[in-house]
Design a protein around this ligand. Sequence first.
Ligand code: UD1
Ligand code: CA
Length: 517
Amino acid sequence: MSENRPAAVIVLAAGEGTRMKSTTPKVLHPIGGRTLVGHAIHAARGTEPAHLAVVVRHQRELVAPLVSEVDPAALIADQDEVKGTGRAVECGLAVLPPDLVGTVLVTYGDVPLLTTATLRALTAAHEESGNAVTVITSVLDDPSGYGRVVRDADGQVVKIVEEKDARAARENGEADGAALDIREINSGIYAFDAQVLRDSLSQIGTDNAQGEKYLTDVLGLARQAGRAVRAHVVEDRWQSEGVNDRVQLATLGRILNERIVEGWMRAGVTVVDPATTWIDADVTVGQDTVIRPGTQLLGATTIGAGAVIGPDTTLTSVEVGDGATVVRTQAELAIIGPGATVGPFSYLRPGTELGARGKIGGFVETKNAVIGEGAKVPHLTYAGDATIGEGANIGAGTIFANYDGVEKHHTTIGRHSFVGSNSVLVAPVDVGDGAYVGAGSAVTSDVDPGQIAVSRARQRNIDGWVARKRPGTGTAEAAEAAGAGRARPTDRTDAPPSGPDQGGTRHTAHESEGGQA
Ligand code: UD1
Ligand code: CA
């Protein structure tokens, strides 16, 4: 068990967030692949508190289920009609044991960059100094909008004055007006002694400029009761920065991404262009992997070591093996085996599993397709609902016709089998191990091991057709120059004039099946 484990963390997420102008609750907007409240819960849970409560109210029906999904052990506390951060914490305490002692941390659901390390440092500073309250503060060039931290000559915190109350005080010539000139602001993140918090909250009213129950009033009360109240200054102001509108959402999203990308570079990943590389919080990347410009690694994506990803590639919850290469690709819920190559211009949909050293090439779309070791689907193919055996080769332009308009069906291609170019495999159909499909075939019934299936019209060549049907054209001239129409004894004797054009017809028994490697 680590030292300085808090007794509880209360995450406040009941506020409305009107400036987002969204039908989605503010704390459910994502950055880095997690909701804002998801980030807050992760940071809080990392401190290993005995209890974790999240206070909800606005759009509770959407926020509460998300909280439980992110952290099933989190307690949901409902805030009532009484407004303010103080009331929110009171409602949080109400779902915790009434005799709770020790340190209670308070954080915000809309402050996504706060880290577990900062919360641990806050808890340690709070407990080691024997404080009743410790508040995280920052010194800002522009402190407007924030509560100001009023300190005494010893540097202890006397109280926090909200901006609106400081303005009212200044107009009325009261002392608190001077707080407007203070640049040290209240981040809203605190460590409290549980008993002090409970006792103080029960004494707080709503007699202020906003008619709210202020959590900040706890600090003044604790101080009046002779208890120690100190500030824990955090230089990194982004850690306490909240999201109020979509401009801040984008800004904090960018800062978070910079931090994640830098973390991977420090762990041994080459990122060619950090500014156009986006990596979600839950992604992992192996050593010596190279990420080229314009790449987004999203969701639960994991990349092995020594892989090359990008440029211009978006992977959402994709597993990429060691040494694989994925170029200009869009993929989701797919597995790309070690040493495999994908792209350029490939679209891997859910259920794609490419085996080790396999290949999915240009303009290929796959879905529910398990492609064996070393198997290749190199060009211009749709492979849906397919199992392709190891070492098989699927020729250019092959279509796995998996949908009959009502249901989806499966196609199996055996080990080391070869499907010629421009074939249609009409599912359900099985091509056995070591079998061939002739180029241009429409395969509707199973092919056994060792067989070749050819299902296309046999070729007819009609002598003299160009001279008769296209006289006077450049084509006819070229044909004549090439000696077309001259007597060919074998053709003439074997093939008497027949067919619609009254010309000679030749069948070509052409055994090559025209696949492309
Ligand atoms: C509060 C602080 C202010 C501080 C600022 C930092 C108070 C009185 N003021 O300002 O000193 O500088 O945070 O951002 O505490 N919330 C609830 N229930 C409520 C009201 C708010 O759960 O009834 C939650 C919000 O969802 C949000 C957080 O508390 O996560 C802060 O609310 P917000 O209204 O942004 O803070 P202020 O009161 O403006
Ligand atoms: Ca705010």
